[in-house]
Design a protein around this ligand. Structure first.
Ligand code: NI
Length: 228
């Protein structure tokens, strides 16, 4: 399931992050530092040094915004969030087709982290650059996302995906992974659909006992499918 989450960040938060990332001393490094064997050959971009204070300040803003975003929580059912990372693609840069690594080491704790979902949070207005589309493949074909600054796309980390070459301007973005309470994309999608239906019914005068029963089913499926 691919889900677009609008307005994860306010315009002010986007501006603050951009200021951190555009500071003259912002520590940009070659993006291949975090790529695996498959990614390194097709990756051409820059990333902010994960251990820098600029990265830390921006990570706090994004993580806090996601913690209180109901759509993100309902769609991702997050267990743990990998510290968000920040990248930029200037003219001529792109990232060819690849699948993200299945298990990463958490940069702070060294613990193994299973990447169930990948997310890209756009930080540059789409009109400010050409190219730089995120393309994700699922069983229905290839899907493209190039969203407004502050909006995020969430997709299964199992997906083959790429970022097309930037031909004008600079594509600035934040990307991260989520280890979900529910490993299976199909099960997560069922829970998301059920949650949406229950939320809609709760805004109507639908039968209270039936709504209570559906809510119980939601939680019992979550209990059955989650690993914590
Ligand atoms: Ni990727």
């Amino acid at each position: 399931m691919i889900v677009c989450i609008p307005k994860v960040l306010s315009a002010e938060q986007v501006t603050t992050i951009r200021q951190h990332l555009s500071a003259t001393d912002a520590p940009w490094v070659d993006g291949r530092v975090s790529a695996g064997f498959q990614g390194a050959g097709v990756k051409s971009n820059q990333q902010i040094d994960e251990a820098s204070s600029a990265a830390h300040e921006c990570q706090q803003i994004v993580a806090a915004a996601l913690e209180r975003n109901p759509l993100f929580i309902s769609a991702a059912l997050p267990n743990r969030l990998y510290p968000p990372m920040f990248n930029r693609y200037s003219e001529g840069m792109g990232f060819g087709l690849h699948v993200d690594g299945g298990v990463r080491l958490h940069p702070h704790t060294g613990e193994k982290f299973r990447t169930d979902l990948s997310a890209t949070l756009f930080l540059a207005e789409p009109s400010s650059y050409d190219g730089g589309e995120l393309q994700m493949e699922d069983s229905y074909g290839m899907h493209s996302a190039k969203l407004a600054a502050g909006d995020m796309v969430l997709y299964p980390a199992t997906s083959l995906h790429q970022v097309t070459s930037v031909t004008r301007g600079t594509r600035l973005a934040c990307f991260m992974w989520v280890q979900s309470l529910v490993k299976s994309d199909a099960n997560r999608t069922t829970l998301f659909d059920l949650d949406n239906a229950i939320q809609k019914l709760n805004q109507t005068n639908a039968d209270a006992a039936a709504r209570r029963s559906l809510t119980g089913i939601y939680h019992n499926l979550l209990r059955q499918w989650s690993d914590v």
